[in-house]
Ligand binder design. Structure first.
Ligand code: HEC
Ligand code: HEC
Length: 252
């Protein structure tokens, strides 16, 4: 697919455009099941049953997903709140986003040897059930570093127009809950260590695929320096999704 090297433009318009493009390419790619770039040699089988499974796929069933998630718990936590900060929290993440990531790990678009192994045996239905289960759980936020919070909050809410950095909340929402329809992930409460490693990898040129959507974060991360990344990661870890506020703020 075409690689768009053009700089990042106004967030709302750019994201709508990227979404429209990404949705149309996703639909096409699901049909033609392209050979994975790097994992090509290992993963020949799949193609035939995929379209059959696609036709029969039902919306995710969280109860079925919970049983299937037993194997994921070792790293991601049984309820999706991983104890080890190198593994992303999945609790509260949307079903759509989880399905897309598992699909991309399986095809090798998003490259990670551990998750390639975990995603390979999963059917499309398994992915939906797992997604529905983790989406039904609540992310437990961590604590932001006070020394970094101001810089993190400013970047998250306003970006930095002088450096062409868009506000993160334009896509990930003000409370970091994300936008499931557009497959913008929830960030609220995510481990700072994972966020920092992910942003740094994008900064250094990694991407999670070749479609238009996969170019969004590398283009943004390229403009962030190490201090921006540390501040954003810390701020994100301390962000609470809005649903958890009523409990915490329990009307005086
Ligand atoms: C041995 C540890 C391990 C196990 C078991 C494991 N994962 Fe993962 N998972 C990882 C790691 C490491 C990453 C981060 C990969 C990266 O950096 O790109 C990850 C990332 C993910 C992501 C992407 C999350 C995001 O925020 O982008 C999803 C979704 C996911 N795993 C789902 C699952 C599911 C579902 C299972 C069970 C079927 C599972 N994982 C089992 C280690 C594991
Ligand atoms: C134009 C929309 C857009 C903007 C603005 C944006 N993001 Fe993202 N973000 C995405 C998309 C799309 C993904 C999923 C990546 C993919 O599919 O390749 C993502 C993923 C992420 C992830 C990975 C989450 C996970 O669970 O693995 C992090 C971290 C992140 N963004 C941080 C940020 C930060 C920090 C900013 C602000 C500096 C920002 N994003 C601004 C669209 C956006």
């Amino acid at each position: 697919m075409s690689f768009r090297s053009a700089g990042f433009r106004p967030a709302a318009f750019g994201s709508a455009l990227a979404l429209a493009l990404a949705l149309s390419t996703t639909a096409v790619m699901a049909q033609e099941a392209p050979a994975p770039v790097a994992a090509a040699s290992a993963a020949a089988p799949a193609a035939a049953p995929a379209s059959v499974a696609e036709a029969a796929v039902k919306p995710g069933d969280a109860a079925a997903g919970q049983a299937k998630a037993a194997v994921c718990g070792a790293c991601h936590g049984m309820d999706g709140n991983s104890a080890d900060a190198q593994y992303p929290k999945l609790a509260g993440q949307s079903e759509q986003y989880i399905v897309r990531q598992l699909t991309d790990f399986k095809s090798g678009q998003r490259q990670n040897p551990i998750m390639l192994g975990m995603a390979t045996p999963l059917s499309v239905q398994d992915m939906h059930d797992l997604g529905a289960y983790f989406a039904s759980q609540s992310s437990r936020p961590g604590v932001a570093d006070q020394a970094l919070v101001e810089q993190g909050e400013t970047l998250f809410r306003q970006g930095d127009s002088t450096r062409g950095i868009p506000a993160c909340m334009a896509c990930h929402s003000i409370d970091g809950r994300g936008n499931p329809g557009a497959m913008y992930p929830q960030l609220a409460g995510q481990h700072a260590q994972y966020v920092e490693a992910t942003l740094k990898a994008w900064h250094d040129g990694a991407s999670w695929g070749t479609d238009t959507r996969s170019q969004i974060m590398p283009a943004i991360a390229a403009k962030l320096d190490a201090r921006d990344i540390a501040a954003l990661a810390s701020y994100i870890e301390g962000l609470h999704p809005a649903e958890s506020k009523p409990a915490a703020a329990a009307t005086p």
